[in-house]
Design a protein around this ligand. Structure first.
Ligand code: XIL
Length: 357
């Protein structure tokens, strides 16, 4: 197994995989490093360890990986007290061997609570089970995970309560659970940067305007309590049929609101729901790439944005077909099913190149 440094050195001399065969292909990790940023992607252990070509692509293109499933509570502790660290350990080991940063995703997410814990939260407001999970997971990955999504998707302005999603956490503990989770995470992960990660913030619709406002309010509440919040992950699951709602000025203003509070910003979970099967693949790719160009042009002009994470790297393995609505087969990631670069790769590359150093 080549380590990452050897691999990158070898690539400079002789391209060793199809995507690198084009002479002008520069890995996104390198483009990002050039402007003091990190580029990474979400991966699944079952995919990356079964497919060497895909693994090579990830190790070449990325400076960071995010376990797509393996650190979620329902994956780690499907049965109370019985932990499954196999996938996360394997990814942490890969990251350590190849000098990749590892992003911890995610501690508290309403959609990844093991069934037994939902019952414990709902019936007994059992904070002890949350603490046991944090104790089990945070020290274990202390040397490998540098950033954690402590709370994922806490905002719901449609059917929530005062802007908060009425998740089992909220129902059990009220709005305080967010600050408590950050304090607890800091206790067991003293050096990691701690994030809130949220979706539905990119487009300028009445709902997302409310969502942005609710998130800023939550940030201020946490800061008011001196909760150890280091940054915000702005999920960028773009949708072509929503792209006309993208407003550069209001997105820039929103990112500024976060940045001027001294927080870092991750553009997390970048992908594009497109599925315009009536078009030729090239046209589809161009449209998806344009959406990414528009959003990253604004995002990367903000100095608080330090990381871009693609939610998957190649259409060979994409969560988009299961992403809801009529997502269907999608070409929404930077590399196609043959691991060849697409316009979307070039959109990310160009955005990084345009970033002022
Ligand atoms: C998704 C994974 O990609 C899927 O494979 C899984 O079935 C469900 O979760 N927002 C998030 C991610 O924060 O954790 C989700 O990942 C996608 C939406």
């Amino acid at each position: 197994m080549l380590d990452r440094r050897t691999l990158l050195a070898a690539m400079a001399v002789a391209p060793i995989f199809p995507a690198a065969a084009k002479s002008d292909h520069i890995p996104l990790a390198m483009e990002a490093r050039h402007v003091q940023m990190l580029f990474g992607c979400a991966v699944r252990a079952d995919q990356i360890f079964a497919d060497r070509d895909f693994q090579t692509l990830v190790l070449t293109e990325c400076a960071e990986i995010t376990p797509e499933l393996e650190l979620k509570w329902d994956y780690i502790e499907p049965i109370k007290g019985q932990y499954n660290f196999s996938g996360a350990d394997a990814l942490a080991d890969l990251a350590a061997r190849t000098q990749l940063a590892l992003h911890g995703h995610t501690l508290l997410w309403h959609d990844a609570i093991p069934p037994w814990a939902i019952v414990a939260l709902e019936r007994e407001a059992d904070w002890a089970s949350i603490e046991r999970y944090f104790v089990a997971i945070l020290p274990r990955y202390q040397t490998t995970v540098s950033t954690w999504d402590v709370v994922n998707e806490p905002i719901d302005v449609m059917s929530g309560d005062k802007g908060y999603r009425t998740s089992p956490f909220y129902t059990a503990f009220g709005p305080d659970y967010v600050a408590r989770a950050f304090v607890l995470a800091r206790q067991y992960a003293p050096t990691a940067k701690l994030f809130i990660n949220e979706y539905g913030l990119v487009y300028d619709t009445p709902e997302s305007r409310d969502k942005r406002a609710a998130l800023i309010k939550l940030i201020d509440a946490l800061k008011g309590r001196s909760a150890p919040l280091n940054g915000i992950g702005v999920q960028a699951h773009l949708e072509l049929d929503q792209q006309h709602h993208f407003n550069a000025d209001s997105f820039a203003a929103f990112l500024n609101e976060i940045g001027r509070r001294g927080l870092e910003i991750r553009i997390s979970e970048l992908d594009v729901k497109e599925n315009q099967t009536e078009l030729m693949p090239d046209q589809r790719d161009e449209r998806a790439a344009n959406a990414v160009r528009d959003v990253l042009a604004i995002a990367l002009s903000n100095r608080a944005v330090g990381t871009v994470t693609s939610w998957g790297l190649s259409d060979r393995y994409s969560w988009l077909p299961e992403a809801g609505g009529n997502a269907g087969y999608n070409r929404g990631l930077p590399f196609d099913t043959d691991l060849e670069e697409k316009s979307l790769y070039r959109a990310i590359r160009d955005a990084l190149r345009h970033r002022q150093k």
